[in-house]
Write a protein that binds this ligand. Structure first.
Ligand code: 5GP
Ligand code: ZN
Length: 146
């Protein structure tokens, strides 16, 4: 996708409107146009990256610093009961806009927003198998070392 066709690049450039919350040299924050809860907002890198895998650790750290700043402000301003920080890479993960973004999602009691995988799959042989977990961890650690 050309940067000129990216809605979030247009928002950063000011050629599409947004309710801006914050900007600095490398990041930008604004209200989500379809909030799932009061205070739902987004933090993005100003540069166009489709997923975090194209970003340097410095670029990602800058986004993280702005997420921490915005999450704290939302928490103080709106005093939600809890908060999710959500970021999707790829359509199967729920990514609908191809420009990296982090959702700040204040939570309300009984708001029915489900993080819907089962955390307690008792008896699931794959989840419970320590040999399998160790083998997967070994593959990840090989990449960290490489
Ligand atoms: P995703 O599904 O990719 O994780 O999240 C994309 C988010 O971007 C959605 O929550 C959607 O409401 C928001 N969004 C999409 N287009 C626009 C837009 O033009 N302006 C704003 N402010 N938010 C948008
Ligand atoms: Zn973009």
């Amino acid at each position: 996708m050309a940067v000129a066709e990216c809605i979030f690049c247009r928002i950063v450039a000011g050629t599409s409107p947004s309710v801006e919350l914050y900007r600095d040299a490398t990041t930008f924050a604004f209200m989500d146009i379809h909030p799932v809860n009061e205070g739902h907002c987004l933090v993005i890198p100003r540069a166009h990256f489709v997923t975090i895998f194209e970003m340097s650790s410095e670029d990602f750290a800058a986004v993280g610093a702005t997420v921490a700043k915005l999450a704290g402000a939302v928490n103080k301003a709106l005093q939600p009961i809890a908060m999710n920080i959500v970021q999707a890479n790829g359509a199967v993960a729920g990514q609908t806009v191809s420009h990296v973004h982090v959702h700040i999602l204040p939570r309300r009691a009984q708001d029915n927003l489900l993080m819907s995988w089962d955390r307690f799959r008792a008896g699931d042989p794959l989840a419970a198998d320590p040999v399998r977990l160790a083998a997967i961890a070994e593959r990840i650690c090989a990449q960290l070392a490489g």
